[in-house]
Design a protein around this ligand. Structure first.
Ligand SMILES: [Mg+2]
Length: 192
């Protein structure tokens, strides 16, 4: 039985947004990275919590989820950000580069239509700081038609918390045990 996807955002989740005074949580360490398309003398400063890597690996190692990046860092999530947290190479949702001035051009998260197509009917837990009520309605609608969907929305200035990862793990474990409970017993099918 295929585990649900775990879609992971970066900005506002692994990299918290700074407070008005520019400060970031004391838990986070500074790194300078050079995203694709930028020159080496023009790096971007990011702040990462070194405990996030082991925290995520704890749930990834259970095999309860299939992790994938879902972030405007795109491929750089795997090549730049993941390694700084000790994460293995993970696939990413290939998001386009839309010319938008808001993350909710149609009232919902701009990534969602791409995620919807990418997921097909697969169940998913999606961690992003930027959902609107329309995204939560979309998740309920998917769940109703059998593609269980959980949206987890960290506060963007605090980012990912241990409770979010625990919720991810508990939800995936419940989903997989519920699915195996309703799966037809092959022996019974043969006897019939
Ligand atoms: Mg974000």
């Amino acid at each position: 039985m295929r585990p649900p996807y775990l879609l992971l955002d970066i900005d506002g989740v692994l990299i918290p947004f700074p407070e008005a005074d520019g400060s970031t949580p004391a838990t986070h360490a500074r790194h300078d990275v050079v995203p694709t398309g930028r020159s080496a003398d023009n790096p971007v400063t990011v702040w990462l919590d070194p405990t996030h890597g082991p925290m995520l690996m704890d749930v990834i190692r259970t095999g309860l989820v299939t992790p994938a990046w879902c972030t405007s860092w795109r491929q750089d999530a795997t090549t730049l950000i993941g390694p700084l947290l000790g994460l293995p190479s993970l696939p990413h949702v290939d998001l386009p580069h839309p010319q938008i001035t808001t993350s909710h051009p149609n009232g919902y998260l701009w990534k969602r239509d791409h995620v919807d197509a990418w997921l097909g009917d697969a169940p998913a837990v999606w961690i992003d700081d930027d959902f609107t009520s329309l995204d939560h309605a979309w998740a309920e609608e998917r769940t109703t038609r059998g593609a269980a969907t959980l949206l987890i929305q960290p506060a963007p200035r605090a980012g990912l918390q241990a409770a979010h990862v625990a919720e991810t793990r508990a939800w995936a474990a419940r989903l997989l045990s519920a699915r195996s409970a309703v799966a037809p017993d092959p022996n019974q099918a043969e006897a019939a």
